[in-house]
Design a protein around this ligand. Structure first.
Ligand SMILES: [Zn+2]
Length: 130
């Protein structure tokens, strides 16, 4: 074997000569079938594009971490989660630094007590004061 040659298989692939990845030209639905995992749906991709834009505007307008009041806010904490419309509902966003975001995630009850998170299953929780 020359240097640089790929090693030769001794046993045939179970899948035969089928390519490991499906041919992407077979899909016209906007999904990327580049792995065994399901891709991001076109609708979800639209939400994520909107989110990216809103997120950078939000962090520009709220540059300091709301919890420690010192560090630069790098994260958007979704106080009621990211499900459905909450993903883009900036009323429930909180600018946090990475360390405080991690703290909020690890201490959900203390975070609610401190006003950094809200219960996710309440119908009309109190909006955060800005
Ligand atoms: Zn912080």
């Amino acid at each position: 074997m020359k240097r640089g040659d790929p090693p030769k298989r001794r046993t045939p692939l179970a899948r035969g000569d089928k390519p490991l990845r499906p041919d992407p030209s077979r899909y016209r639905d906007g999904y990327s079938h580049n792995s065994t995992l399901r891709g991001t749906s076109p609708a979800r991709r639209q939400v994520l594009a909107k989110y990216d834009k809103l997120r950078s505007e939000f962090l520009e307008a709220n540059p300091i971490c709301r919890r420690c009041q010192r560090a630069r806010a790098s994260d958007v904490h979704h106080m009621r989660g990211r499900v459905g419309d909450l993903m883009l509902d900036t009323r429930w966003w909180l600018p946090l630094c990475r360390a405080c975001h991690a703290w909020v995630d690890v201490h959900p009850e203390a975070a609610i007590e401190g006003g950094f998170a809200a219960l996710r299953n309440t119908v009309n929780p109190e909006l955060p004061s800005t």
